[in-house]
Design a protein around this ligand. Structure first.
Ligand code: SF4
Ligand code: SF4
Length: 243
């Protein structure tokens, strides 16, 4: 999907400015052993070196030394999911998280995205982190599914004319059933979890299911389950707005 993204033609030299570029020392920690490659979902999917942690670090080094920031470079960094599977797999302790975080901030400042790319990204950032907005969007989508509009659009050939990203989103959309109301507080026993919440096993189970999260800590709207390395998220974390 990302590989056929239209290019903006943006070209910035040098690739990085002096405001927190990816650190050369951290880049040099990578010994190019390749242990991280099988753990990286984008490498497994595309089989392309530049879509692996090693390849992305190589591109960061190129950006620091000689190459301009351009479409190809940014596309490989954009395709990184930020899952950090490579960090735990790396025997040399490469801090890929710090590297990609610094790189992404530079990309947001120095790379000129196409208008449609900007709009798509803004739509993602304005919709998915906010549960109220998602709930609002779910209404029309439920009708869309109930009346079988997806099949009708496919039959009329309209779906195939939509941008690849929209088609992918449509294909990934879950089947939306009747909205389930989840109470503010739920009893662990009532939800099928027995034992004390203070036991590590039960705590992690609650944490993973989101139940513990709703009982503890401040509610930072728009940040649940997301990495602050995503562009603009740290700012939003520090200055949360109401959805
Ligand atoms: S990031 Fe780590 S595991 Fe991956 S190539 Fe570099 S040193 Fe090896
Ligand atoms: S964080 Fe990026 S580079 Fe590392 S494993 Fe995940 S997708 Fe691959």
């Amino acid at each position: 999907m990302g590989h056929d993204r239209p290019e903006s033609g943006s070209y910035t030299f040098p690739a990085f400015d002096d405001h927190h570029p990816p650190e050369k020392d951290l880049i040099d920690d990578c010994v190019h052993c390749g242990f991280c490659l099988p753990t990286c979902p984008t490498y497994v999917l595309f089989g392309e070196e530049m879509d692996s942690p090693r390849g992305r670090i190589y591109l960061m080094n190129k950006g620091l030394t000689e190459e301009p920031m351009n479409d190809t470079m940014v596309r490989h960094w954009d395709l990184c999911l930020g899952c950090m599977a490579c960090v735990t797999a790396c025997p040399s302790g490469v801090q890929y998280d710090k590297l990609i975080e610094a790189t992404r901030a530079q990309v947001e400042r120095r790379y000129e995205r196409r208008a449609d790319d900007k709009a798509f990204r803004e739509m993602i950032f304005q919709l998915f982190p906010y549960r109220k907005r998602l709930r609002l969007a779910a209404g029309p989508l439920r009708l869309y599914q109930r009346f079988g509009l997806d099949k009708k659009l496919k039959k009329a050939g309209i779906m195939s004319r939509l941008p690849a990203r929209m088609r992918a989103m449509e294909a990934l959309m879950p089947k939306l059933g009747k909205e389930e109301k989840i109470p503010e507080h739920t009893s662990p026993r009532a939800r099928g979890v027995s034992g004390s919440a203070s036991s590590p096993a039960v705590s992690s189970s609650l944490l993973l299911s989101g139940q513990l999260r709703d009982r503890t800590g401040p509610r930072r709207r728009g940040l649940r389950g997301r990495s602050t390395q995503e562009p603009g998220l740290l700012r939003r974390a520090l200055h949360p707005r109401r959805a």
